[in-house]
Write a protein that binds this ligand. Structure first.
Ligand SMILES: CC(C)[C@H](C(=O)O)[C@@H](O)C(=O)O
Ligand code: SF4
Length: 478
């Protein structure tokens, strides 16, 4: 048999023979949330259909939920209705739903892995672009639209164009102060927001081998912002250690069988990718975005570029428009930009290791008086774990707000929005115009950089940070 890539193996395991023009693939796991599913269920009902595999469908309320008191008001009537619709639809069709107060509730892309629903080799879909996160476990995981959600609900299959493959090989040791968030931001900066279009990206190389599962999830989460269909990492001993004994993973002999199957999931030595790029991170500095898409990014010790320095007219015009919206001048030093708010959270950076890093930076310091800072764990599991480690106390003592889980300030769909004109240092994945509220300006950074910015009141180089004491760190598994 010809050598195959990881993606090709997973793909071939799921294609069902079909008379359709497009290959039809079986879907192993369907995750649903409050924003995109209500419409899909209405369509399902209109078509007189039912849910084919409720046992493979799981729901969590995440986008619209309030993160202060769960009983408080929703942002608007639509938000409230969407959460209510999610829960009643799940009741009607017998789907497991993690409602606002459920101990397993959290952002769908956070709870999938932590409950052991996400496992290597699965096909995973969700009506959400950042479904790519689950690819960190060697699954083929991708976002779908409303009519596709209906199709999966009704049939547990999906017609799909076979994507191309791209290998992003990341080599070198992670420099001090640099995280996987900085790596993926710099990759998007290099290949552009359309650099991955039509491709499933497999991350390979020694830097990826050395990453924890939390770190791998961050790069797979954000590869979507380079236009890729999804991201993947071949499962290894870290993947297996992470998953062992999680709620939904196979147990006993079935676990051993699963591990044997998972160990076949890697790209064969001579497998051919449609595209390969190699990146060395040995000299990488912490990254921060200056514009209104994640590709408009530079190092914290650099300057805002002058639009005139871009050769093609479209990039130049986009940079000019971005700087106008961001109210920034070319050649300003990145570390001299004052901020108003900090958000540590989202499916990119709200896992236990992210919170530990941020707490380590915050420990013994005080949040700058002019700054409002939120720390929002990605799930109740993470929240409980962080509290057990005392991270909540570190944050609260420093002056951060410690919230209930949810998407929070990432999408501007719940009460956590900033004021017009506010400048936010945010660990989320999108810095689009108006994303965190009308007229709000977003700078994407790592959790450590966000915590440092909260304390100094400006974008800050985490290298050389004054660490006061050590925050207790446990094993890497959340
Ligand atoms: C609401 C949902 C459709 C959306 C997405 O697909 O990504 C959201 O999660 C986001 O991050 O913008
Ligand atoms: S945290 Fe943000 S990016 Fe992730 S699913 Fe929620 S809204 Fe989308």
């Amino acid at each position: 048999m010809a050598p195959r890539t990881l993606f090709e193996k997973v793909w071939e395991n799921h294609v069902i023979d079909s008379p359709l023009d497009l290959p039809l693939i079986f879907i192993d796991l369907h995750l649903i949330h409050d924003v995109t599913s209500p419409q899909a269920f209405s369509l399902l009902r209109d078509q007189g259909r039912t849910v084919r595999r409720p046992d493979l469908t799981f729901a969590s309320a995440d986008h619209n939920v309030p993160t202060t008191d769960r009983n408080l008001e929703f942002k608007d009537l639509l938000a409230k209705k969407q959460v209510e619709a999610l829960i009643s639809n799940c009741k009607e069709f017998d789907i497991t739903a993690y409602d606002l107060d459920h101990p397993d509730n959290g952002i769908v892309h956070i709870i999938g892995p932590e409950l052991g629903l996400t496992t290597p080799g699965k096909t995973i879909v969700c009506g959400d672009s950042h479904t790519s996160t689950h690819g960190a476990f060697g699954a083929f995981a991708f976002g779908i639209g409303s009519s596709e959600i209906t199709h999966v609900l009704a049939t547990q299959t999906l017609p799909q164009v076979k994507p191309k493959t791209m290998n992003i090989q990341i080599e070198g040791d992670m420099p001090e102060g640099v995280s996987s968030k900085d790596i993926i931001l710099s990759i998007i900066g290099e290949i552009g927001t359309d650099g991955g279009v039509g491709h499933v990206v497999e991350f390979t190389g020694n830097a990826v081998k050395n990453m924890s599962m939390d770190e791998r999830m961050t790069i797979c989460n954000m590869v979507l912002e380079a236009g890729a269909r999804s991201g993947m990492v071949a499962p290894d001993e870290k993947t297996i250690a992470y998953l062992k004994n999680r709620q939904f993973v196979p147990k006993g002999q079935k676990w051993d069988e699963a591990v044997r199957e998972w160990s076949k999931l890697y790209s064969d030595p001579n497998a051919v990718y449609d595209k390969t790029i190699t990146i060395n991170i040995g000299e990488l500095a912490p990254q921060v975005t200056w514009g209104t898409n994640p590709g408009q990014v530079t190092s914290i010790d650099d300057y805002i570029p002058s639009p005139g320095s871009f050769t093609d007219s479209e990039t130049k015009a986009t940079a000019e428009a971005a700087l106008y919206y961001m109210d920034l001048k070319p050649l300003t030093k990145m570390n001299e930009i004052d901020i108003d708010r900090v958000f540590i959270g989202s499916c990119t950076n709200s896992r236990i290791e992210d919170l530990r890093l941020a707490a380590q930076v915050a420990h013994g310091h005080k949040v700058n008086k002019s700054i409002t800072s939120l720390v929002v764990p990605g799930s109740y599991h993470i929240k409980r774990r962080a509290e057990k480690e005392g991270l909540d106390k570190v944050f609260i003592e420093a002056g951060f707000e410690w919230r209930e889980p949810g998407c929070s300030m990432c999408p501007g769909m719940n009460p956590d929005i900033a004021n017009p004109g506010d400048r936010v240092a945010s660990t989320s994945n999108r810095n689009f115009e108006g994303r965190q509220g009308k007229g709000v300006r977003t700078h994407l950074v790592s959790p450590a950089m966000a915590a440092a910015a909260a304390i100094t009141g400006r974008l800050t180089d985490i290298r050389g940070w004054n660490y006061i004491g050590e925050v207790k760190k446990n094993e890497t598994i959340s």
